[in-house]
Design a binder for this molecule. Sequence first.
Ligand code: HEM
Length: 147
Amino acid sequence: MYKLWIFLHLFGVVVWVGGMFFVLHCLRPALADLQPALRAPLMVGVLERFFRYVIVSLALIWVSGVGLAARLGAQAMQSGVLAMIVLAAVMTAVFVWIRLGHFPRVRQALAVSDLPGAAALLEKLRRLVLLNMVLGILALAAVTLWR
Ligand code: HEM
């Protein structure tokens, strides 16, 4: 069972953290020269799909993480593992805020053709995703390097 939990756990982490890295460092810079009227709807369409996979990843990460923690017992409270869990909790809260609080405002701005408004909201969203990516990398470092 351990192997299955760790596989599901790492699969979820790869999709979520790797997806954030791809959006921020490959997709977004590549779209920089597009007209805002094309760029903003494209980003919203991409993020809409990506966020669906993040929800699946979150479920995989938390279910497998709890399974792994149950197996470890009190050892799960050791520094690196505990730091990973705390960072993951913060990342989850940031994602919930993005998906339920911030992202609908971007869609709303686009729906009324407010392109400058949508661009400003997308810039804030970029910073929130950057925050989550950094936290994800720190969680990765904590559980591998700090044991
Ligand atoms: C995005 C956030 C997370 C990242 C990047 C992450 C990353 C990892 C990685 C890379 C491992 C393998 C470590 C190794 O075998 O050396 C791992 C194991 C583990 N994770 Fe996470 N994880 C995250 C979220 C969570 C959550 C939410 C929980 C608990 C609810 C959790 C609990 C565990 C446990 C208990 C292990 C096993 C540690 C061990 O066997 O020593 N993780 N995690």
